[in-house]
Structure formats: structure tokens, C-alpha cells
Design a protein around this ligand. Sequence first.
Ligand code: ADP
Ligand code: ZN
Ligand code: ZN
Length: 697
Amino acid sequence: MSDLRHLSLDGEASLEVWIRVALDVPIEGLFDYRCAPGVAVGDRVIVSFGRRNMIGLVVELPSEPRCDPSLVKTVETVLKDIPPMTASWLKFTKFAADYYQRPLGEVVMPALPVALRSLSAYQGKRSAGGPVERLDQRRAPKLKSTEPSTAPELNAAQQHAVTLISAAQGFQPFLLYGITGSGKTEVYLHAAAKTLARGQRVLLLVPEINLTPQFEQSLRARLEPVAGPGGVAVLHSALSDGERLRAWLRVQRGEAKLVLGTRLSIFAPLDDVGLIVVDEEHDPSYKQQDGLRYSARDLAVWRARDLGIPVVLGSATPSLESWVHAEKENYKRLDLPARAREVTLPSVRLVDTRRLKMEHGLSVQLLDAMRARLDNREQVLIFLNRRGYAPALHCTSCGWVSQCPRCTTFTVLHRTTPGRHQLHCHHCGYQQRVPQACPDCGDQDMQPIGRGTQRIEEHLGMLFPEARVARIDADSTRKKGSAQALFASVHAGEVDILVGTQMVAKGHDFTNLGLVGILNADAMLFSQDFRAPERLFAQLMQVAGRAGRHTGHGEVIVQTGYPEQSVYQALLKHDYSGFASHTMREREAAMLPPFSHQALLSAEARELNIALDFLQAAKEAAQGLLQAQQTETLITLYDPVPLRIVRVDNMCRAQLLVEATHRPALQALLRHWLALLHDHPDLRRVRWQLEVDPLEI
Ligand code: ADP
Ligand code: ZN
Ligand code: ZN
């Protein structure tokens, strides 16, 4: 009996129901309210919480509240402007909340477009009718009509992959392992078209960086004939609130048959999906780095299992996690071993920088190769994953180095306008004028240390005065649309030398790029993070894969002081599987993921000792739980340690790693542990958070 009948003061019978609501507040649990009948699970409601009103989601209709009914407040408004979120969607979000140990409200509310969860859209001055009605009254912007385009004929390997994906019955994960340029996109498009033709919908996830207008256009051109006009919806973080709401509503209303989006679209409101695709599944951008720290790739597999459908994870350099699943035959591996355009993979050369004279950080070999390509009217890409002008400024007489006053890091020298420089902290955003003289000794001979993309761009401009040099990094693409414009000019052949960070590495199908030069990749070699070599290798393979995609005879030159390292040796041979087997054996011997499961408790405080003490207390609490649960043999608790960059924005940071051989034991520990941590007496001085399956350690 969820209705409760009682007499109001004037003696009339009224009907009310209890509802349980998820709110986006950092407090464990759900919140009970009373509500007029007619409310459904999945509806949004406006409720008062503490001193303010907020929008929440009804997730249960309990038969009675968990607390004293006389204290339960009444809902302000039930919002009926969209259909309720479905049971299947709620089941999925509940799984995510449980798995990542976060309150349900922190999952369900951010998954909705801002306009549907912010009170101002409903109660502000301009709010007559609410955001959905206002949007529906406005005319939808006319979509640029796309010329339908035809598909190239698939090669045998592509055809085989499409056939197996389309024939899959029920849940079936595929690992589409295809070298760069092997035509994975064609496989997605064909498989998607088949699913759409069967009347089912498709969810296609891409990393943020891949979402170029070209890709969107070609997807529309290819799939709108099957999905119908307007049948493709795109969801990514660069959309305005209005654009996102419009696209999201088209998904919820079932108008969009194919949803293309970045990680958050794993929470898109569609249940009748017949296929999920995760392109570049190894890409770190699938992992959300704050709030709910979820992996969209891992959730995609769970969602596919729950819906009983195939899921395709595609990559030239799969994550070790997925590779091991394929080795164990949990995932079916589909190989695309050759480039689709019948061009060869680029040749790779390692240039040993220990024995060379360099000109502005560039070796003679690289400069000669650049000259040859430019003479041949081909484009050159110089990859350097370090933005700014130089990583630091220093004093040649006393050794002073520019440091951030708020962080234990150097400040990076940036050129703001031609001839003018500033020091920026990449960790806290602190900005400072370049001192005229050394703050310590007064000497005026201050010199930049090392090189960033701006400095390389400057040198290349001097070394190749006839060449048109462009730079693509987070600084040169700050304005909305500027990245698209820069890439468009590269594709149009208006750029001869492109200097860029990882932004240029992924996904782009350059037609006339002959040479890729890789500078300073060594910086990532000696990181303490056990995943660093895996990430470096993936990145190098991606960048290298930009060369010679259409013309063949591409070339890659890597400048390194450590050519003997296995990462570089594997790159020489384009040997992902050799690298993966080698890394897998290392991980297995050390019992590191994917052979164990991890969780990371991080803490920060004004003083390092406070953070460390908190973690030490947390560790002891966890030890107690392990004893009580008799899972000491399954779970290892490491000692709390300070982070390498210990202070950021005046907060000192430390972390505690938990490692388990048994996932359920880990989940059980975390659940009870969290409850204890929430009650810790030191919480006013410590900020902490728990991350399940951390990607960076
Ligand atoms: P990947 O995503 O595997 O790196 P793409 O899907 O970008 O590779 O394909 C690389 C290039 O090969 C693209 O220019 C694409 O149009 C082309 N291509 C893909 N499949 C075929 C095919 N079957 N025949 C001819 N060209 C193809
Ligand atoms: Zn000095
Ligand atoms: Zn700083």
C-alpha cells in the first residue's frame, strides 16, 4: 500500500504517496518526501533540501518512509515535461553508483542535461513553461543536409568482422584490433547500418578528440539514409546547454536512432539499443577524472551485458585490460592486420640523441628528412607533448628556477604575444610576469630550460622560412571552433609543418602527411605509474599512424636518449602484440591490473601530515574490517604515500592504494570502509575521495 490516506484539518480525505528521491548532494543515501499521487518512478521533482530547493529524481515509491513520517517534507512540484526515466536506465545508473561507491544522485543528476536539473530553468524570471516547452516552441535549427555518400567495398578482414558482429546473438563483446588506417571506422559504420536496418538503435562512443565535424559529417552522410533525416544525434561537452538539451530530447523521444557521443553519452536515455561501439577503447578520455570517476568503456560492456547485445571495442593499441579479456576468450578478437588503402605502414627510425649535436632540440637526421618531405610538397608533423614556450626559466649564475608559490612544481614559460612572455603554473593556473632579474642573485641572464611547442614552432619558422608552420595545442585552440578551423586548414593543405601535442595524435586521417617527428617522448618513460609505458606506447603508435595514410612510404623519426627501451623497440616493428605480451607477463608477475583490482583513497589537507595521518587511520580502520570479513589474504593495503607533486594550490596530497585479487571482496570492503570514513572526526581538515579502478597512480 503506497497510498496513504489521512484526514486533513478541514476533514477532507486526501491521497498522498511516499517517494524516495536521489539528489546530487555529497551525502550518502536517498531522501524521502511525500507527494501527490500520479508521480512515477523516474520522474523529476522539485523538493526542498536544507535551506534550498533543488531538482531530484524519484527512484522508488516506498510503502513507508525511513524516518518519522511527521518530519517528512512535501514535494514542491512534480515535473512532467519529459517522460519518466526508464527502469532499465535506473538499473544501469544504480549499478554505476554501487560499483564506483558514489551516491546515486551523483550519477543520475549529472547524466541529465543541465537545463533539466537546474532550478533556475524552472523558477527563474524567464522560466515560463520550463526549458522543454521553450525549446519546443523555438524552431529547431535546420540541419545542414548531407550528401549521401557511398561506402567503399570492404576488404575481406573488414567483411569478416562485420559479419561476425552482425550475427552475434545476445551479449557478445568484440575486440576489434586493427592497425592504424586499417579501416575500423568502416566496420563500425557497416555494423551500425545493419543494426539500424533491423530497427534497433546504436550507441557509438568516441574519445573527445575524435569528435571532429568531418567525422560527424561523414557519419551523417553515411547513416542518415538508414537512420532517417535527423536520425543521428551528437552529444559531447562542447555543446551549449540548449544544443545538448535538444539532442538529448531527440534521443529520449526515440527520434535519434544513432547516438554519437563522448563518455557521458554512455548515460544517454535509450534502452532499445542493438549495438554499442567504443572507438579507441584504450583512450584515457573515457575515464572521468572528477566526481563520479567512471570508465565509459567498462560501463559500455556492463550495459551491453545487461541489454543482451554485442559491444565492439576498437583500437590499434587496446588497453591491457581488454587484451587480456581477449586472450582469455571473454572477448572475441577481430583482427584487421593491414591498412585498408593498401599502403604500407610508415618506417620508424630511432635517433639516439645521446651521441648527437642538436640544433634547437632537433637532430640533423630529422631536419634532413623534413627538408626532403617539404621539397616533395608533403606535410610534416612534429609531435611534442609539452605546451608553452619552455618548461621553466632559470638563472645561469645561481641556478634559481621559476617555481609556483602554491605548488611544488616549476612554472612554465609561455609566449603570450610576440616577444612577450609570462610564467604559468599548469597545475593551479597561477600566472606571473617574467622577473627582470633573478629574484635570488639579481643577475639578469635568465634563460628558458628545455622546449615546449611554442619554442619549437618559433625555431621551425626560422629554420624553414618558406614553410607555413601551424601549432595545435590547448593554448592555440582555446577559442570555440578554433581547433576545427586549424585542422581544416591542415586538411586543406594550407599548412606545411604542424607542431602539436597529443591533440594531433589521434583519429585524424591526414591525406598528405609524409613524416612524423617525435620529440622528448622519454619524459614519460620513467614515470612511477605502472601504466606509463602502456600509455606511451599507445600514444607513439597513434602519432606514428598519422604518417603516409594515403600515400604510403610514410616515415617516423623518434628522438630518444633510450632507444634500447622495449617501448621503442616494439614501435620500430609496429609490434603491439609483442609489446602487449611482454607487458602482460610483467603485470602478471607483479600481480598488477588486470591481474588484480585496485582502489585508491586520496586525501588532501593544508599540511601533509594531516593528510597522511588521515590515511593511516583509514588504513587501520580497513585492517579491522578485513579481519572482521576474513578477507586479509585477498586484499593488500599499502602504506600512505605523498604524491610526486605533493602540493598543488596550497593543498598537500597523499594517497593509499588498495589491491585485491578478488573483486567482490574489494567491493565489500569499500562499502563498509566508506561508511567509516564519512564519520571520521578529521573531515573538516581533510578532503578525501575514493576511486575504483584508478587509471593513474
Ligand atoms: P582506422 O580508424 O582503422 O585508423 P580509418 O577507418 O580511418 O582507419 O580508415 C583509413 C582510411 O582507409 C580512410 O581514408 C578510409 O576511408 C579508408 N578505407 C577504409 N576502408 C576501406 C576500404 N575497404 N577500401 C578502401 N579504402 C578504405
Ligand atoms: Zn640567480
Ligand atoms: Zn601552481
